[in-house]
Design a protein. Structure first.
Lengths: 900, 489
C-alpha cells in the first residue's frame, strides 16, 4: 500500500495547474450541505469525515479510498453518491445529489482534488501504538538469577506483599508434571520411584523426571492436541455431508512428531505453510485444518460458489491469524479492523498469500509421517514397460486404478472419436483421452475439442460440460437409455462424440465415476465407482471403426497397479495448490460480488509486511515468503504469541489471558517484561551451537520454575489480593481435560494401547452421503488408544467425552471452556466405557486380597495410599459391591478429575 | 481472566461490582467499555453464573411476559407459497415464465411458475388465507403472528439451519437455546435447562450444531432426547442394583468431602459434587417426564398418537413430551420436525425437489395435527401467556418449478415463519413477499432481526448478551439486528 500512496502524492503535486473547479465555492458547499451531518470531525460515521483531504485519500472503515486520482470514475465517493452501491445510497435519506453536483465532484477529482491549504497533508498511515506490535524489548535484569522467570514473578508478587507458596508434595508434583507434559497421570511405579529419589535429592530427582517425561513420545501427543485445538483440526469437512477427509491424519502425526523431535517452532511454522517445498508434505494439513463447504453442497448459482470460495479462504485466515499471529484477522474482512491497525487491505493482502490454497487433497510423496508411502518408481517403470510391450503387440487392455479406469490401445489417429456405452444409465465425472507418451489429456478445452451427445439421452442435472471440465467429483455427466428409439446409433443407449479441428494421436483413455470421492473420502456408502462398459470408435471416412470394445483387465499389469495403489503415494487431505492463483481483489464489505481492485500478497503493513511479491508470484513462493516473514525474529507477534500459549497450557492462564488476541480488545500482559524476556529467549539457542525456537527447552524451563513446583493449596490472605491467581502465588488447581481423564483411566487399568500415530480408531458408522455420523462403539478394545487418535468428526457428539468440553472443531479453540454439567456425571457413571474399564481394572487385581487390591487401585488412579478411615469405608464397600464398582467410584472422584 | 476459574473465595473478596469491572479491565486493559463505547457498541451484560449451580434462574435484562420458549424447527425448507403466504398471482401465471426470474437456482435450471399445490381458504376471525396442506395449524391462525418477508443469506440447508439456529452460517457458534439458558438459567433444576427433541428419524442436517453450545460452556448445550430415546448414559447400568448405586454414590460423596478439605471453598470442586446430585435427580425426573402413557386418552387423540403414519404417531408423542417439559419449567424446548437420515416413509424432511405434491403432503401429515394440538393445549392450560412459540424453517421454496416439473427449488430470498404466545401480537401478519413470493418486499426481516426479536421477547437485549471468544465479543446477532417492534403485543 505504501507504494501506491507515494505514487498518488506525486501525481497530486504535478496536477496543480489550471483547474476548472474551485474547491471553496463549488465543492465544499456540496459536501457541507449533504455530508457533514454524519461525516465531520464531530461525527465521523463509518470512520469517515469530509473535512480533510487526507480523509478522502485514506477512506473510512470500508478500507477504500473515497477518491481515486488515477481512475476518478471508479472513486468510491462517486459510486456512492450516484447510487451505484445498491444498499448504501449517499446521502442515505432524501434525494440523490443532482447530476450537476456529481459531475462537479468528479471533475474535482479528475483535476487532482485540489484543496487549498491541505495539499501538504499526508495520508495517515496506521501507526503501531499497540503494545504487541512493538519490537521485542527484553529487560535482562534477572539474567544472573538461577531462574529469571521466578525472579520476574516474585517481583510482581512482592509488589502486592505476596510470595510463592510452599513446595508441592512429591506425589502431587509428579502428578502435575506428568499431566502437563504427557497428558497422563503417572503409574504408581513411577510415583514410588520418584518419591524415593526425591527424598534424597529433590532437585535432581525432579529434573531427571522432567527430562524423562519430555523425552517420552507421549509429550508430542499431549502438545499436538493443544495445537490441533487452536486450528480446529478435524477429519471431516463439517457442513452438509460432513465427509471424512481421507488420510488427513497424517497431519496429526506430523504435529506429534514435530513436537517429539523438537524441530524448532520456526521450522514447524515454515513447514506447515509450505511443507510441500520443504520435504514435509503432511505439514500443509495445517492450511486446510478448518471446516469447509465442498462444491457438491454449495449449489449451482455462480454467486454462491464465489461466496463459498471466499469463505474457504477466510477459514485459512482464521487458522493463521489465531495460531501464528494471535490477531483477529477476520475482523478486517468486510471493513478496517475496528480496534486494531489491520486494514481491509491487510486482510486481502494476507489472503493473497494463500490464494493458491484449496481445501482438497493431493498425492503426497515427501513425508516423514505416512507409513504407507513409498514412491515406488520401480513399479511405475514396470507398468510403463508392459504398456509399451502391449501396444507393440497391438493389444488393448483395461487397468483398474480404483479411483479411475484406464484403457490402453495401440496409437490411432482420428479427428472424431465416439464412445458407445452398453449400460442403460451412465454417470461419469470425467473422460480423458490420452496422447501417446505424454499421457496429456486431449479433451481439455485448449485442444479445441467439441463434445456432443444425443439430446434424447440427456438426464437432468448431468450436464455434458462436466465431462471434460478437468474437475472431478459430484458434478458429473449423466445420461440414460431412450426406450423405443428406431435408428438410434447405439440402440437407445447413451453415447458421446468428440471432434477436434485437427487430427489427433490417441493411445489411451481414462474414465471415472467420482474420482473425488474415490480418492478423497472414506467410510461412506458411496455409489459404485465401476465404469460402464463401452466401445470406443474412431471415424474413418464416414464410417465408425472400433478401436476398443469392452476391454478386459490384463493379468500381467493389474497386480502391479494394485500394488502401486496400495503402497505408492497416497491421496491425502493436506491441501491442494494452484501454482498460478487468480489475482486477489479487495472485496468491498467482504462480498465477492464487489471486487475493488488488485491486492498483492503481503503480511500486515503495520509490521513491515511487504514481502516484495506481486500477483504473478507463484503460489509456493508466496507461502515460503510468508513463512520467512513470521519466523524472521523481527516479527513481534510470532514468538510472543507462542510462548504465551505454552505458558497458558502450563499455568492454566496465559500471561496474556486472551491467547488468540493480542489486539487492542485483548488483555494486556500481566507480566509484560517477563513475556518479552521469554519471547526473546525462545528464539535464542539455549546451548551454544544449538538451535533456537526449541519448544522442549521452553517447556522444560517453565516446569523447572519454583512457580510450577509450588503447592496449589488455597490461602485466604492471598486469595483476597489475587483471587484469580494471576500472580501465581500458588499453582492454580484446575480440572483436567477429557483426554487426560480417558487416557489415564485406560492406562491405570493396564489396557492403554500406546502405539504412536497411524490411522484414527473408529467409533462411528459407515454412513450415507447425506446423513449424520453415529457412534456405534466407543468402548471396546479397538478403541483403547489415546483420545488424540479417536476419529475427529466435526460437530459429532461422541456420547462420552464431548460433554467434557471437547471442542467440536467448528471454531478456533485457543482455550477450552471448562464447564461442569450433569451430563458429564451421567457419562462417567453409566457409560459402557466406564463399566468396561472398571471391569478390566478389577481383573488386573482380582488375585489379591480386597485390601491389597484397593490399595493397588488407588495407587494407580490417584498416585497415593488411602488413609485408614478411607480404607475402612472402601473395604466395607468392596466386600458388598465388588472391585469393579469400587473402580467406578474412584474414577468419578474429584481428586481424579482435578490437577493438584 | 476466566470468570469460571475464580474460586468462591476469590469472588467473595472481589465482590460482585469489583469483579465485573475487573473482568472488563482484564479484557481491555485500557477498559473494554471505552473501546466499545467509542465504537458505538453497548457494554455487555454478563450473566452471573454460580459455578455450583450453573442452571440457577437468572434475571432478564428487562421485564417480559415470556418465561419459556418453544421452537418448532422444520428442516428442509417449508414452501411458504404452499402454506401460509397466499399468492393469487401464481394462479394467474401458472405454467408461464414471467421475466425477471432466474435461469439457474440452487439445484440447476428453473422451470415455469406453478400455482399452489393446495387451495387457500380464509381462517378464523382474522380471515388469514392459509392452505389446505396444514388445516389444523390454519385453524389456529388467529393465535399466530406471521412473518412473511424473511430472507436468508444462503440456499444450502446446513448453512441455513446454522444461520437460523445459531445466527451464523458457519459452524461452531452457540445456538439460540444455549444463549437463552446461558443468560437465564432455568426454573426447574431437576431437568435439563434446554432440551432438543429430535425428529423420530434422527437429527437435522446440521446435527448437534443446531442445539450446541459453541464456545459457551458445555453446560448450556441442548440435551438431546425424545419420547423414544432417553439422553445418552442416563440409565444406571443393569449390572448395578439400586442398592449398589446408592452405596456407590455415598462412597463417592465421602471421598469428595475428604478431598474438599484440602481446598475449602473451591467452587469448582463443589460445583462438580453438585452436578452429580443433579445427575442423580435427572435419572428420576427425565424418565418420569418421558412417560406419556399416563396422559388421558383425549390428549393422545388430540395430538394424534393413535392414528396416521408411524412417523406422525412418534412425532405426536414428541409434541406431548414438549408440553410436559414446558409445564415443568424447562427454559428452552426445541422440537424438530424433519431429519437428515432417511427413515420410515422414505422422506426425511421438507426438502421437496421432486414431486412436492406428494412429499410436502407426507411431511405435513406428520407435522400438522400434533403441532396444532400442542399449541392449542398450551393455550388451554394458560401456558401461552408465559411461553413464546416460534415456528421456523431455514428458507422458502421457489414460486416456479424446477426443470423436472414436479418440485420447487430453494428460495433464500423470501420465506415465512410464525410466532405465537407470550408478548406477541395475535392474528397478525408482518411484512410481505412480492406478488410471486419470490423476494421479500415489504418490511424485510433478516435472520438477525428475527433472532434479535426472539431475544427481546425473552427479555434480553441482543446487543448486550455477548461472550468474549478469541478476541471478539460474540453475539447471536453478530454485529447486526433490529428488534421488530411491530410484532410485539
Amino acid at each position: 500500500m505504501s507504494r501506491s500512496f507515494t505514487a498518488v502524492s506525486l501525481l497530486v503535486l504535478s496536477a496543480s495547474a489550471a483547474q476548472a473547479v474551485d474547491f471553496d465555492t463549488e465543492v465544499w458547499p456540496i459536501l457541507e450541505n449533504n455530508c457533514t451531518d454524519c461525516h465531520d470531525q464531530d461525527a465521523s460515521k463509518s470512520g469517515f469525515r469530509v473535512d480533510l483531504r487526507s480523509a478522502f485519500l485514506k477512506g473510512g472503515d470500508s478500507g477504500l479510498a473515497a477518491i481515486d486520482l488515477e481512475n476518478p470514475e471508479s472513486s468510491y465517493l462517486i459510486e456512492l453518491v450516484s447510487g451505484k452501491i445498491e444498499d448504501l445510497p449517499m446521502p442515505p435519506k432524501g434525494d440523490q445529489l443532482p447530476k450537476k453536483d456529481i459531475s462537479t465532484l468528479l471533475e474535482w477529482i479528475k483535476e487532482g482534488a485540489v484543496w487549498p491549504g491541505q495539499m501538504e497533508g499526508k495520508t495517515e498511515h496506521a501507526e503501531a501504538t499497540l503494545w504487541s506490535l512493538q519490537p521485542l524489548d527484553p529487560v535482562d535484569k534477572f539474567n544472573e538469577k538461577a531462574s529469571p522467570i521466578d525472579a520476574f514473578l516474585e517481583e510482581a508478587l512482592l509488589s502486592k506483599d505476596l510470595g510463592f507458596s510452599e513446595p508441592a508434595q512429591a506425589g502431587a508434583l509428579l502428578r502435575r508434571a506428568s499431566v502437563i507434559l504427557t497428558g497422563l497421570y503417572p503409574t504408581y511405579d513411577e510415583v514410588e520411584a520418584f518419591v524415593t529419589r526425591f527424598i534424597e535429592d529433590p532437585e535432581t530427582a525432579y529434573r531427571d523426571e522432567v527430562d524423562r517425561l519430555i523425552a517420552s513420545p507421549q509429550f508430542g501427543e499431549r502438545w499436538a492436541q493443544h495445537w490441533l485445538d487452536v486450528i480446529r483440526w478435524a477429519e471431516t469437512n463439517g457442513s452438509e455431508s460432513n465427509l471424512y477427509r481421507k488420510n488427513a491424519w497424517i497431519y496429526r502425526d506430523y504435529v506429534v512428531n514435530a513436537f517429539n523431535n523438537d524441530i524448532g517452532y520456526d521450522r514447524f511454522l515454515q513447514e506447515q505453510l509450505a511443507g510441500d517445498q520443504l520435504g514435509a508434505d503432511a505439514a500443509t494439513g495445517f492450511l486446510v485444518a478448518g471446516p469447509h463447504v465442498p462444491a457438491a453442497t454449495v449449489g449451482r448459482e455462480p454467486a454462491a460458489k464465489r461466496q463459498a470460495r471466499a469463505d474457504r479462504l477466510d477459514e485459512v485466515m482464521q487458522t493463521v491469524g489465531a495460531s501464528i499471529l494471535g490477531m483477529t484477522v477476520s475482523c478486517a474482512r468486510c471493513h478496517n479492523h475496528k480496534f486494531d491497525p489491520i486494514s481491509i487491505q491487510d486482510y486481502y493482502g494476507l489472503s493473497a498469500v494463500f490464494q493458491g490454497v484449496e481445501f482438497d487433497g493431493r498425492f503426497v510423496t515427501e513425508t516423514r509421517d505416512h507409513p504407507k508411502i513409498e514412491k515406488r518408481p520401480d513399479l511405475l517403470a514396470g507398468i510403463e514397460q508392459i504398456r509399451k510391450q502391449q501396444r507393440e503387440k497391438g493389444a488393448v487392455w483395461k487397468e483398474d486404478w480404483k479411483a479411475h479406469t484406464e484403457i490402453g490401445f495401440p496409437t490411432v489417429k482420428a479427428k472424431e472419436i465416439r464412445l458407445r456405452f452398453h449400460w442403460k444409465r451412465v454417470r461419469l465425472d470425467e473422460i480423458e483421452l490420452l496422447a501417446p507418451n505424454s499421457s496429456s489429456n486431449l479433451l481439455l478445452a485448449h485442444t479445441g475439442v467439441e463434445v456432443s451427445e444425443p439430446e434424447a439421452n440427456r438426464a437432468p442435472l448431468g450436464s455434458i460440460d462436466y465431462l471434460n471440465d478437468g474437475m472431478f467429483g459430484t458434478n458429473a455427466w449423466m445420461a440414460r437409455e431412450v426406450a423405443d428409439a428406431p435408428g438410434h446409433p447405439n440402440e437407445g443407449k447413451p453415447y458421446i462424440e468428440f471432434e477436434w479441428p485437427e487430427e489427433q494421436e490417441i493411445s489411451g483413455a481414462r474414465l471415472s465415476v467420482n474420482r473425488t470421492y474415490a480418492l478423497g473420502t472414506d467410510f461412506i456408502k458411496a455409489y459404485s465407482q465401476k465404469v460402464p462398459e463401452f466401445t470406443l470408435e474412431r471415424k474413418v471416412g464416414d464410417k465408425w471403426v472400433t478401436v476398443v470394445s469392452r476391454p478386459k483387465a490384463l493379468e500381467e499389469i493389474q497386480p502391479l497397479v494394485d500394488q502401486y495403489v496400495a503402497t505408492g503415494p497416497q491421496f491425502s487431505f493436506v491441501g491442494r495448490f494452484e501454482e498460478k492463483p487468480p489475482v486477489t481483489q479487495l472485496l468491498l464489505r467482504g462480498s465477492p460480488e464487489n471486487p475493488r481492485g488488485e491486492v498483492v500478497p503481503a503480511g500486515f503493513s503495520v509490521i513491515d509486511g511487504d514481502l516484495g511479491l506481486d500477483s504473478s508470484t507463484l503460489d509456493h513462493e508466496r507461502r515460503l515468503a510468508f513463512g520467512d516473514w513470521v519466523t524472521s525474529g523481527e516479527n513481534p507477534l510470532t514468538s510472543r504469541v507462542f510462548v504465551n500459549r505454552v505458558w497458558h497450557h502450563i499455568f492454566g492462564n496465559g500471561i496474556v489471558t486472551t491467547t488468540a488476541d493480542f489486539g487492542e480488545a485483548g488483555a494486556r500482559p500481566s507480566h509484560p517484561e517477563l513475556l518479552d524476556w521469554l519471547a526473546t529467549r525462545f528464539q535464542t539457542p539455549v546451548v551454544d551451537g544449538g538451535q533456537g525456537w526449541s519448544v522442549k527447552a521452553l517447556v522444560r524451563e517453565l516446569v523447572l520454575t519454583q512457580a510450577f513446583q509450588q503447592s496449589s493449596a488455597p490461602d485466604k490472605a492471598a486469595l483476597a489480593v489475587d483471587g484469580a491467581t494471576t500472580l501465581l502465588w500458588r499453582y492454580p488447581p484446575r480440572r483436567v481435560e477429557a483426554e487426560v481423564l480417558r487416557d489415564s483411566m485406560l492406562r491405570s487399568a493396564g489396557v492403554l494401547d500406546t502405539t504412536l500415530g497411524g490411522e484414527s480408531f473408529r467409533i462411528h458408522n459407515v454412513k450415507a452421503t447425506y446423513s449424520q455420523w453415529e457412534v456405534v462403539d466407543n468402548s471396546s478394545e479397538s478403541t483403547w488408544r489415546r483420545l488424540l487418535y479417536q476419529e475427529r468428526m466435526r460437530r459429532v457428539d461422541d456420547q462420552m467425552f464431548t460433554a467434557f468440553d471437547l471442542p467440536d472443531c467448528g471454531q478456533v479453540a485457543d482455550k477450552r471452556t471448562i464447564s461442569t454439567t450433569p451430563l458429564q456425571a451421567l457419562n462417567l457413571m453409566n457409560s459402557d466405557f466406564i463399566m468396561t474399564v472398571s471391569k478390566r481394572m478389577e481383573s488386573r487385581f482380582e488375585n489379591l486380597t480386597d485390601e491389597q487390591a484397593i490399595d493397588q487401585i488407588v495407587r494407580e488412579v490417584l498416585s497415593r495410599r488411602l488413609e485408614t478411615d478411607e480404607m475402612n469405608q472402601a473395604l466395607a464397600f468392596v466386600r458388598e459391591q465388588g472391585l469393579a464398582a469400587f473402580c467406578r467410584v474412584i474414577y468419578n472422584t474429584n481428586e481424579f478429575a482435578f490437577l493438584p | 481472566m476466566n470468570e469460571e476459574n475464580i474460586s468462591a473465595h476469590g469472588r467473595q473478596f472481589l465482590g460482585r461490582r469489583d469483579f465485573l469491572s475487573q473482568v472488563a479491565m482484564g479484557i481491555g486493559g485500557l477498559s473494554l467499555q471505552s473501546l466499545l463505547a467509542g465504537d458505538g457498541m453497548k457494554v455487555p451484560i454478563r450473566p452471573s453464573i454460580d459455578p455450583q449451580n450453573p442452571y440457577a434462574p437468572r434475571g432478564t435484562h428487562f421485564e417480559t411476559p415470556a418465561e419459556q420458549v418453544l421452537v418448532i424447527y422444520c428442516p428442509g425448507a417449508v414452501s411458504h407459497v404452499d402454506t401460509f403466504d397466499y399468492k393469487p398471482e401464481l394462479i394467474r401465471y401458472h405454467g408461464k415464465k414471467p421475466p425477471g426470474l432466474p435461469a439457474v437456482t440452487f439445484e440447476g435450471p428453473s422451470g415455469n411458475i406453478a400455482k399452489p399445490f393446495w387451495d387457500f381458504k380464509p381462517r378464523g376471525e382474522s380471515g388469514k388465507m392459509t392452505s389446505d396442506l396444514l388445516p389444523h395449524l390454519g385453524g389456529l391462525a388467529d393465535e399466530f403472528c406471521f412473518m412473511h418477508s424473511l430472507p436468508t443469506s444462503t440456499s444450502a440447508h446446513p448453512q441455513g439451519e446454522n444461520f437460523m439456529n445459531t445466527g451464523f452460517t458457519m459452524e461452531g457458534f452457540p445456538s439460540f437455546g444455549a444463549w437463552v439458558t446461558y443468560a437465564l438459567g432455568t426454573a426447574n433444576e431437576q431437568l435439563p435447562s434446554f432440551v432438543a427433541i429430535n425428529d423420530p428419524r434422527g437429527m437435522a442436517r446440521s446435527g448437534k450444531n443446531n442445539f450446541g453450545s459453541g464456545f459457551l460452556p458445555a453446560a448450556f448445550q441442548g440435551t438431546a432426547f425424545n419420547a423414544k430415546n432417553p439422553p445418552a448414559n442416563l440409565v444406571r447400568p443393569d449390572s448395578l442394583s439400586p442398592a449398589a448405586e446408592r452405596k456407590s454414590v455415598d462412597l463417592l460423596r465421602r471421598l469428595n468431602a475428604k478431598h474438599l478439605e484440602q481446598y475449602p471453598d473451591d467452587a469448582n470442586l463443589s460445583a462438580r459434587i453438585a452436578s452429580y446430585e443433579l445427575a442423580g435427580r435427572m435419572q428420576t425426573s427425565v424418565p418420569d417426564i418421558m412417560t406419556i402413557a399416563g396422559e388421558p386418552e383425549s390428549i393422545h387423540k388430540e395430538y394424534g398418537t393413535d392414528a396416521g403414519s408411524d412417523l406422525k404417531r412418534e412425532y405426536a408423542k414428541n409434541c406431548i413430551l414438549a408440553r410436559r417439559l414446558l409445564e415443568k419449567g424447562v427454559r428452552v424446548v426445541q422440537l424438530f420436525n424433519g431429519s437428515d437420515p432417511s427413515g420410515g416413509n422414505g422422506i426425511t424432511n421438507w426438502d421437496s425437489h421432486n414431486d412436492i405434491a406428494k412429499t410436502h403432503a407426507m411431511q405435513a401429515e406428520i407435522m400438522d395435527q400434533p403441532t396444532a394440538a400442542l399449541i392449542a393445549d398450551l393455550k388451554r392450560r394458560g401456558m401461552l401467556d408465559k411461553t413464546l412459540v416460534v415456528w421456523c424453517t431455514e428458507f422458502g421454496r421457489m414460486p416456479f418449478l424446477q426443470a423436472n416439473g414436479t418440485g420447487r427449488d430453494h428460495n433464500p430470498e423470501a420465506f415465512t415463519c410464525f410466532l405465537a404466545g407470550a408478548g406477541v401480537k395475535k392474528g397478525f401478519s408482518y411484512g410481505s413477499s412480492d406478488e410471486f413470493g419470490f423476494k421479500s418486499a415489504e418490511n424485510p426481516t433478516s435472520i438477525y432481526d428475527f433472532n434479535a426479536t426472539l431475544l427481546h421477547l425473552m427479555g434480553l437485549d441482543h446487543e448486550r448478551l455477548s461472550v468474549y471468544h478469541s478476541g471478539i465479543e460474540r453475539r447471536l446477532t453478530n454485529v447486526h439486528g433490529h428488534v421488530v417492534k411491530d410484532v410485539l403485543a
